[in-house]
Every structure is written in C-alpha cells, then in structure tokens.
Unconditional design. Structure first.
Length: 337
C-alpha cells in the first residue's frame, strides 16, 4: 500500500467497490495494510471540495449522504455537526445520512448519537459503493486534516465550504454550535456550589497547558474568582477539585462544562461546548491561531501562546518547541495581577 494514501484528502476505495476510511486503517499493521488493494476515492458524482470546489443548492436535495464525516475528534465533530445543522436550516425536510469510521473512540461517537435532530441516519464504514445509489447528492468529507485550508480557515467556515455552502450565508448563532444546546436536555450540576472549570488537556501535547505551570495557574484562578477550581486530573492545590470520576461519558463532560461559572481551556472540545451553552470562556492557543477556532464565539476571550514555528501545526513532540511555549505561559502568569 502506498503510505501517501493515508494522507489523501478524502476517503479510500478498496477492491474498487468498498468505501473505507484511512483512519480505520491506521490501527492495522503495515503488513496488513499492504495486502489491501486501495485507491483514492475519485468517483464521478461524488463531491469532494479538496479535489474540485463546488456549491450545492440544498433546497433541491431530498437525500444527502456524507462519506467519512465529520471528523475523528470531539471538537472537530462538534463543529462539523454545526455545519450539518446549517444544511437542515436551509432544508428541514432533507434526509441526511452520515457514514462514519468504525474505529473512533466511544466518547466521540456519543456526540453523533446526540445529534438526532440533525443527522437522520448513521452508518459505519466500510460500506459498499453500491450503497450510495438513491441519494440526490453524495459528499466525501474524509480526512479533513490533510486538506490544505484546514489550518488556514475558521473551522465552521472550513466545514461549510467543504459542504458546498457559502460560509457568509450561515446565521451566526449556528456557528456557536447551537445544535448541542438545542439537543441536550437539562442536566444536574456536578457540584453543589459555583466553580471555575480549568481544562488543561487536549488531544495532543502541543495544545496542552504545560504541566509545569498548572499549580500556579490554579492559584491565580482561585485568587481571581474566590471559588473552587475544577478540572480533569490531579493538581496539587487545596482549591482544585478533580472531576474525572464524574466525567464517565460525553454527556457528563458536557454537564461539567455547561454548569461552570467560567471556563479556562486549552484549544480543545471544551472550548466549543462552552460556546454552545454560552459559558464565558478564556481560551489558550499554543499552535493554530485563535481566530481560526474561536472567532465565532462572542463570550470567548483568547490568548495566543504560540510561536511562529507552531502557527500551523496540529501536533508536535518537539521538546524545544514545547519548552518555548511553556516559557510563554510563565511570562503570561507573571504579568497577571
């Protein structure tokens, strides 16, 4: 198997008849992957904005299928589903089917099951190409990480554009991930009193708030707000409450975020959930610029902790780069009143 296929800006075709997601193949040993007859998905009638820009008038679409949508992380999925809500706002009667990779984490898949008023049908890849018959439009949304504009467009605008929608035509409130607020019932708060949420972990080390400054950060937050600081993990501070045991699934995670008095978070899914529930937020960005992730969130202030070297990176284990970012946090905390 050509290893570059895993970086293809779209989905893959096995034996010229079966749709597969490159994400599902990453768990296979190279020897297993090499036995597969795979090719990039280039099929007439299947839209892929990365290969050929397009626009669609969804008022005239009755049945739509999204291949490999809408991401393999929780944050990407939250925003991707917001873009799908924009389609339903244009045509509420449209029937929407989403094909998902089958190896994603359960906590990511849970968010798709919460989106029942947006997504009419969930299926999991691999899927036979013949199963796409009967749809009015089919869009390959696979592997967005390897699409050139993923790191240069605001995320909602990226997903909208790759669904064939002009981003400027979409209402601002949809871009706050309103769909999640609309879908979620009332939830009990995780604590009796008020608390500030400090979410310092993301899906990659590059986006984390560095371990070396966590105690000092909690001390600052407690002095500023005068209420306990909650989070996920252990921080050696008397006013820090570890809520990991109360975050057993995505619903619990959402409840903890929505009931916080304020959220302080790295570039992670907590940022997008807080926006959905209108929770005031301070976001810290070590790599991708804040304007590409938080520009649509009116209650979010952002701090850029990155460097010129990290500006377009999604992940990195470069210790030198991580040390520079850590030093940026130290300077930031030293300047706070």
């Amino acid at each position: 198997m050509n290893s570059s296929l895993l970086n293809f800006a779209g989905s893959l075709l096995q034996d010229e008849k079966t749709l597969v997601a490159s994400y599902d193949l990453e768990s296979l040993y190279p020897t297993q992957r090499n036995t597969l007859q795979l090719q990039a998905l280039h099929q007439p009638g299947i839209y892929n904005y990365a290969l050929q820009p397009f626009s669609l008038d969804y008022r005239n679409v009755k049945r739509l299928c999204i291949i490999n949508g809408m991401g393999v992380t929780l944050g990407d999925s939250l925003i991707g589903i917001a873009a799908l809500q924009a389609i339903k706002a244009i045509n509420p009667k449209l029937h929407l089917t989403v094909l998902r990779p089958h190896t994603c984490q359960a906590y990511v898949e849970e968010i798709y099951r919460l989106a029942g008023n947006v997504i009419d049908e969930l299926r999991y890849m691999p899927v036979e190409l013949a199963a796409l018959e009967g749809f009015d439009a089919v869009i390959d949304a696979g592997n967005q990480l390897f699409r050139e504009d993923f790191a240069t467009l605001e995320m909602h605008d990226f997903f909208l554009r790759h669904l064939g929608i002009a981003p400027e035509s979409v209402a601002d409130d949809i871009k706050t991930n309103r769909w999640l607020r609309d879908e979620m019932p009332e939830q009990a708060p995780p604590l009796e009193g008020r608390y500030v949420l400090f979410n310092y972990r993301a899906s990659t080390p590059l986006r984390n708030i560095p371990d070396a400054v966590l105690v000092e950060f909690v001390e600052h937050l407690f002095k500023r707000h005068g209420i306990p600081v909650a989070g996920f993990g252990e921080i050696d501070h008397p006013q820090f409450i570890d809520l990991s045991s109360r975050s057993r699934n995505t619903r619990d995670f959402i409840a903890i975020i929505r009931h916080a008095s304020k959220v302080y978070t790295c570039d992670s899914s907590a940022l997008h959930i807080a926006a959905a529930f209108r929770v005031p937020t301070m976001g810290y960005f070590n790599a991708i610029k804040p304007a590409l992730r938080a520009a649509c969130y009116p209650l979010c202030e952002s701090v850029d902790m990155g460097t010129e070297s990290s500006a377009l990176l999604h992940q990195s284990d470069d210790n030198t780069l991580l040390s520079v970012i850590e030093e940026n946090y130290r300077r930031y905390l030293n300047l706070l009143p």
